[in-house]
Each structure stands twice: as structure tokens, then as C-alpha cells.
Design a binder for this molecule. Sequence first.
Ligand SMILES: *Cc1c(COP(=O)(O)O)cnc(C)c1O
Length: 389
Amino acid sequence: MLHMMDFQVLKDSVYSSPAFVIDETKIIQALALLAELRTQSGCKVLYSIKALPFSAVMDIAKPFVDGFAVSSLFEARLADEVLRQGSAQVFAGQGSIHLTTPGIRPDELEELSLLCSHISFNSLTQYQRHAEAAQTQASIGLRVNPKLSFLVDDRFNPCRQHSKLGVAIEKLSYLDHIQGLHVHTAFSAIDFAPLIKTIDKLQRHFGIGLAELQWLNIGGGYLFGQIEDHRPFVELVKKLNNDFGLEVYIEPGKAVVGQAGYLLATVLDSFVSDGLTIIILDTSVNHNPEVFEYQRQPELHEHVPDGDYTAMLVGSTCLAGDVFGTYRFKQPLAVGDQVVFKNVGAYSLVKSNRFNGYNLPDIYLSNSLRVKKMKHYDYQDFRRQWLAD
Ligand SMILES: *Cc1c(COP(=O)(O)O)cnc(C)c1O
């Protein structure tokens, strides 16, 4: 956890606002845990870059991971670029790039096969269409849907009814034509029960057939840092390796960056509306769209549950529902005060947009010794997006 003192440093320093601050120390802590699990179990670790595809984060990850997991051509290109550059930074592994996506365009297949070391096709039809061409370059696998739902909310459930993600397990019996399988069934899980049940189902269905494979990618969705006992994971990976000779990959995203991201904002205006204090911030839910998409209230550093002052924090845009939530404070917030949303490292900045013409936040990288501005957007970026060619 970033301490109060760090926040003081954070706020008193020359941060522009709004700012997206990445805590390097926390990312390294998360990666060190994954590297430890890698050593203990023999699994391979990929950083799933879709959570935060920022090159500085990928550079930090390189010495701890075996590569990157990607979902598209652009992510594959970025992963490849980061992988190649800066020979001083040694990779933990050989630098794999794994792809799985329901949408492979025919005109992108050739480049994808060159960029990606492993491709897990999402359906049998996608496999039939592209596997032959891809397999000369990449190791070929299938994403399988084990038909096990671990989530009540279908928006996050890859095994929902009529799922578009993966080949239904009952449609797959022989594995002799592929090198790997991919499963991704969990979402922000804080124990390994979904993993154990998923692997158990695969074992019961395929039996010794699993030994035909070289690798098994068990996806992301586990918050390794919030799981106390890692022994079930270590034992499972070792067993898969021992019983079937499988190379086991994990591809966490949120577990790497989720707790390492902060959104700092400044109070622009304050007034009372129907009896409640409204605080207008120089940010909006468009800098963290899941707040609106999933109606989820982000954690606020300044919130004190028994504080005497209540206020609703809202964004600057014209959308009535551009609301972060109602929080409590020790003192009333004044214009110019700064607040910090925490645990917003994953799936926030990558989904951000410039709705209403509000700029994206600047991006900073901070550790205990220094704060560095890594990225600044300006009117030219907005103009380039919206001026016709
Ligand atoms: C999103 C996703 C991940 C990463 O998930 P996290 O919840 O961020 O760990 C990994 N693999 C696949 C196939 C995904 O769709």
C-alpha cells in the first residue's frame, strides 16, 4: 500500500492534474510474487497487456516474465516491439507472445503468425480457416470452453450460455492435431477453486490425451497477490508437468497492475444540489469507464467511513451519470484540493476516452526515489483523432 506520506509527496510535487500514477514498487512486488511462483512450480508467466498496454510497464515486467499475452494485431505489434528493444533488459524467459481472440482477420493472419509464438484459436471454424497457414510459424492451440461457470454476472462469464469464447469441451475429443490448449474461466478470483475445478474437468474429459500436448495456457483472472495460500497452484502445475509433460502458462493482467494505478484529480467546483454537496473534478468516469459500465464505485484515498462531511464526486462531462460516487471526508473539500482514486491500474486508462473534448490524464511512473512524467497528451492528439485526413 502506498502510505499517506507518499501521497503527500505525490500531491505536493509537480504533478499535473488529472494524472494517472503508476507505482513501480507495487508492480515489482506483484511481478516478484509471480516470478517466485514460476520458480516454485515451473510455470511460465506472461503479462496480459490488455489490462494496461503501456510500454513502461511492459519494460518493468520483462525481467520477471516469459513474454506477453495479446488479443489483437496492434497488441501483438506492441508486444513484439517492446520485446525486441533494449537488449540491456534481459527477459526471464525466451520472450513468447501468446494470442487468442474471437476475431482474426484474414488479412492479418500472416503478420500475426510471424509476431506470435503461440496462437490459440477460439473456435473450430477459426481453426479450420487459419491453422494450416499459421502453423508454419506459430505453435497452434485451441481455446476450450470447459462449460464451468464461476460467476453469477454473465457479463464476465466466459462460460455463459451461448458463449463466444472457446470451443465447447464436448466438441473436442482428440488433441493429436494441436500443440496446446487454452482455458480462461475466472474473473478476479481470490482463490484457486475455479482453477482446480477447470483442470479436473479437462483431465476427466481428455484423460491421458493431454499428454499429446506440449503446453496448457490456464489464462488470467486470478489475483495472485490477494491469495494467501499458493500451494494448491504450485502442486497443480507440478502435477500437470509431471503427469502429462505439460508446459503450463499463466497470463495475468489485473494481478500485475490493478493495485499499482492511481488516478489523481483536482476539485474544480463545489456546490449543493438537493441537499448534497457536489464536487466537480477535473477528471470524469471516461478516465475509468468501468465505473459507469458496471456501476462500480472506485476506492478513494481520502474517504473516511465515519467522516463528518459527505459529498458526491462527479466528473466534468455533460453526462448526468458521470458520477464516481458518494464519499465521506474529515474536512470539507475545497476548490483546488486533490483527491486520489486507488486500485485503478487495470482496465481504466486503456478504456479512457476524450469524450466532451476533455484531455486524457498525464501518465507518471513513481517509486520511492523519484517521480517521472512518462506521457503527456495535448490538443494535437485530439486534433489528429478528429480532423478528417
Ligand atoms: C482478460 C484476459 C486475461 C487477463 O485477465 P485478468 O483478469 O486481467 O488477469 C488473460 N487471458 C485472457 C484470454 C483474457 O481474456
